[in-house]
Design a protein around this ligand. Structure first.
Ligand code: PLP
Length: 412
């Protein structure tokens, strides 16, 4: 008899965006004439930077000629891309990261989901609340948690991110071995300062713990005191893995390219206390289970670091940040407390009522789709996330509609 992995049955049934889609479909069936503005799911709307498009075209042409054709590439990524990443994203910021610490992949979702395979089953895990659901769900699938009770899995240490701590979690009060952090954060939009991040690195060094640092939104950082990489913090190369993505940076959500940094000094331990190189484990996993990102896509990613690519990416980021500032100002004007939107494309809004009820209110009365914070964890209750990924005109229209809806209808 074929049997299932029963840990899958612990997963909470409705995945956040599936539930949102169901509600949208029901609304559209009742009101087919209403035009909806989507500020929910965090997908980019602007086309690829021209430098990337040109590089991809050129690479496809190379594949069309027998002299320049390429088959399988190195699983960890081509040297040209790994070199460009190491130089521009790390060495230029004083972080001692080299090309062979970089593992190119088809997404930070896969990497943040797969990385847990390297670690022991009975780890003490610290996960933020609210959270990008992939970190939690992949550990549930792997059997590292108990059942879910009142929206929380037993056995996890939840790092609460609330208005009281400005959505930056405090160090855990009980010892933990593996810590997920994400800054600038999805969904809260919060960013962490160098001093705040140093506390976590020092904690990990002291506890022989490991930090999984998701920096998928690094490109949105504007403030000088916000680090672009955890490796800007002394000692982090021993205790941190960093995840980056071209998805939000350069509009690659459909193209698919990301990378994970596992420095040579990064260490984990056997049950007997013997130190093992995490980089060697990830290399083994990556080369066994992954066959590389396509050549044209890696050439397109390399073009992000060309002078034209850098200028075009900066323009894209500026475009979305202008949307974000507009959204944040509009909600503040309407009397809501907001976080994010300055170093991040997400604005996290305290709505002081049930998040799904406010979602329904915006859908029904303004035709605007947001993401209910409750879908990201218990601390997301009474919050919504608004994404700045849309056209500026649509963002303006959405804010006007919301202001009018709040004026004419009580959301309670
Ligand atoms: N990490 C965070 C925090 C995200 O919000 C996302 C996408 O929304 C990802 C990772 C996934 O990125 P990718 O498109 O590279 O898989």
């Amino acid at each position: 008899m074929i049997r299932i992995n029963e840990h899958y049955q612990k997963l909470q049934n409705s995945y956040l965006f599936a539930e949102i889609n169901q509600r949208i479909q029901a609304f559209q069936q009742q009101h087919p004439e209403r035009e909806l503005i989507r500020l929910g799911i965090g997908d980019v709307t602007q086309p690829l930077p021209d430098a990337c498009v040109q590089a991809m075209h050129k690479a496809v042409d190379e594949l069309a000629e027998s002299q320049t054709f390429r088959g399988y590439g190195p699983e960890q990524g081509y040297d040209f891309l790994r070199q460009a990443i190491a130089e521009h994203d790390f060495q230029a910021r004083g972080a001692n990261i080299n090309a062979d610490d970089i593992f190119v992949s088809d997404g930070a979702k896969c990497d943040t989901g797969n990385i847990q395979e390297l670690f022991a089953q009975d780890l003490r895990l610290a996960i933020p609340d609210p959270v990008y659901p992939v970190y939690v769900d992949t550990n549930v699938m792997a059997g590292r948690t108990g059942a879910s009770q009142a929206g929380r899995y037993q056995g996890l240490v939840y790092l609460e991110c609330t208005a009281e701590n400005n959505y930056i979690p405090a160090l855990p009060s009980e010892p933990v071995d593996l810590i997920y952090l994400c800054f600038p954060n999805n969904p809260t939009g919060a960013s962490i300062t160098r001093e705040q991040l140093r506390l976590w690195v020092d904690y990990a060094l002291e506890q022989q713990a490991l930090i999984l640092f998701d920096a998928a939104y690094e490109a949105f950082i504007q403030d000088e005191d916000v680090p672009h990489s955890i490796y800007e913090i002394e000692g982090a190369e021993k205790v941190a893995i960093e995840f980056r993505s071209f998805s939000k940076t350069a509009g690659f959500t459909g193209v698919r390219c990301a990378y994970t940094v596992v420095p040579k000094a990064c260490t984990a331990y056997t049950a007997a206390g013997v130190a093992v190189s995490v980089r060697d484990l990830w290399m083994r996993r990556h080369t066994t289970k992954f066959n590389g990102v396509s050549y044209p896509v890696q050439r397109a990613a390399e073009a992000v670091y060309s002078p034209d690519g850098k200028a075009q990416v900066a323009e894209l980021i500026e475009y979305y940040l202008k949307n974000a500032a507009y959204i944040r100002q509009a909600f503040q004007r309407m009397g809501f407390a907001c976080s994010g939107g300055d170093n991040s494309p997400y604005i996290w809004i305290e709505v002081k009522q049930d998040a799904w009820a406010f979602f329904d209110f915006l859908l029904n009365n303004a035709g605007v789709i947001c993401t209910p914070g409750a879908g990201f964890g218990r601390c997301g209750e009474q919050h919504i996330r608004i994404s700045a990924f849309n056209n500026f005109e649509k963002v303006q229209q959405a804010m006007q509609r919301i202001e009018a809806a709040l004026l004419h209808h009580s959301p309670l």
